[in-house]
Design a protein around this ligand. Structure first.
Ligand code: LMR
Length: 397
């Protein structure tokens, strides 16, 4: 049987992380995988997480299963965090959620849900998108297509291109949108653009599918969720996958959420049973620990306040690094205009390098980034920033 399998290439992102770990050079710099790093290059456990964990260990008296839909305290708190406690779809009982193993688990559950609910659907991905969106949703058996999203020359969102594409779509189309901090390009939609898309989707019956993995890391928790909220308000149906990997630093705990908004509360009750059945079929039950931590934090005022403070620190660091690095490249005479870096948001931007230049950076300078020239700003710090800027300038000349 296995002789029928073909050798697969390393993962576009995690493969680079593996190469970085194997490189013995003391000057090496990792700008690849989307993991937050502090000024010393560490990916710390948040203090709010540590405190929540201590309380969990103290109180936990069983390792029996939680539930197919996961931790109800987590699911409810996440719905409020994502949509706002007073959101009309929440108040009307039109939401259904299951806790999932990471945001990717959420994408997978929702992908299978689409395949069951609308087997003829086409799911549209932004061009570019997170490299794992395509294989992950293809595994759910979905038909996939791409819509233009980013103007690589001007480093802005190609909004006209999006509208032109979406104006031809209808109820058989599901459009995957990044809630904020677009991965991989860092170009986000403005409020006005979200409003216009929500109206267009409502008019044409297009179903929005929001992937939100970085809430709180662009501007703040509220603004970063604006797109998801307005879509859920103005369109009858919505799918949303959320991750707690980045904004709570819980990467390896695999904690996320799959949520749907249905047209009616009765419809949501039916969707909920389908979400649960999808989860049961794919992984049976989600892991407990990460969601238990998030539930503790979000359901406790003191821990929430601590988290907001720590989240603000991560966000300020990312936005500060963007400004400093854009200035640094200009000061040191980089060919071209890199000011877009300071305007974009989240962990990533494209530098606009060729694949050959990226490989040269890796092989000659030990600076690692994804081959598309996506960099994670969190890998920069005061001691490596000049070196990275000079290395980039060297491969550009
Ligand atoms: C990334 O894009 O680097 C992160 O979301 C990590 C991953 O799993 O790809």
């Amino acid at each position: 049987m296995f002789e029928n399998l073909e050798l697969q290439p390393p993962d576009a992102i995690i493969g680079i992380m593996g190469m970085f770990r194997a490189d013995p050079a003391p000057t090496k710099v990792d700008l690849s995988v989307g993991v937050f790093q502090d000024e010393t290059g560490r990916t710390p456990i948040l203090e709010c997480v540590k405190r929540a964990e201590r309380r969990i260990i103290e109180a936990q008296d069983s390792k029996s299963y939680v539930a197919i839909a996961g931790n109800p305290g987590f699911n409810e708190a996440m719905e409020k965090l994502l949509f706002g406690a007073g959101h009309p779809a929440l108040a009307a009982g039109r939401m259904a959620s299951v806790q999932t193993p990471g945001g990717s688990g959420g994408l997978s559950v929702l992908g299978h849900l689409i395949a069951r609910a609308r087997p003829t659907a086409t799911v549209w991905l932004s061009q570019p998108s997170w490299p794992n969106h395509l294989p992950l949703l293809r595994l759910a058996g979905l038909e996939l297509a791409h819509y233009p999203y980013y103007d690589f020359d001007r480093h802005v969102v190609d909004f006209d291109g999006m509208v032109e594409t979406f104006s031809k779509l209808g109820p058989d189309d599901v459009v995957l949108l990044h809630g904020c901090c677009h991965n991989p390009c860092g170009g986000d939609l403005s409020r006005e653009q979200w409003d216009a898309l929500a109206d267009l989707f409502a008019a044409r019956g297009i179903v929005p599918f929001v992937d939100i993995a970085y809430q709180g890391l662009a501007e703040n928790l509220e603004d970063d969720a604006y797109g998801a909220r307005v879509m859920a308000e103005r369109t009858g149906e919505l799918l949303l996958a959320a991750s707690c990997s980045k904004n709570l630093g819980l990467y390896r705990e695999r904690v996320g959420l799959a949520t749907t908004v249905s047209r009616t509360a009765d419809g949501a009750a039916v969707t909920r049973t389908n979400l649960a059945q999808m989860g049961r079929g794919i992984y049976s039950m989600p892991p407990d620990h990460g969601a238990a931590i998030v539930s503790r934090i979000l359901n406790d005022d003191e821990l929430t306040a601590l988290w907001l403070d720590e989240l603000g620190g991560m966000r300020d660091r990312l936005n500060g690094l963007r400004r400093t690095f854009a200035d640094k490249l200009a000061e040191r005479g980089a060919p071209g205009d890199f000011s877009f870096i300071a305007r974009e948001r989240g962990m990533f931007s494209f530098l606009g390098l060729t694949r050959e230049q990226v490989i040269r950076l890796r092989e000659d300078f030990h600076v690692y980034m994804v081959e598309s020239s996506r960099i994670n700003f969190a890998g920069l710090n005061r001691s490596n920033m000049d070196y990275v800027a000079d290395s980039i300038i060297a491969v550009l000349q």
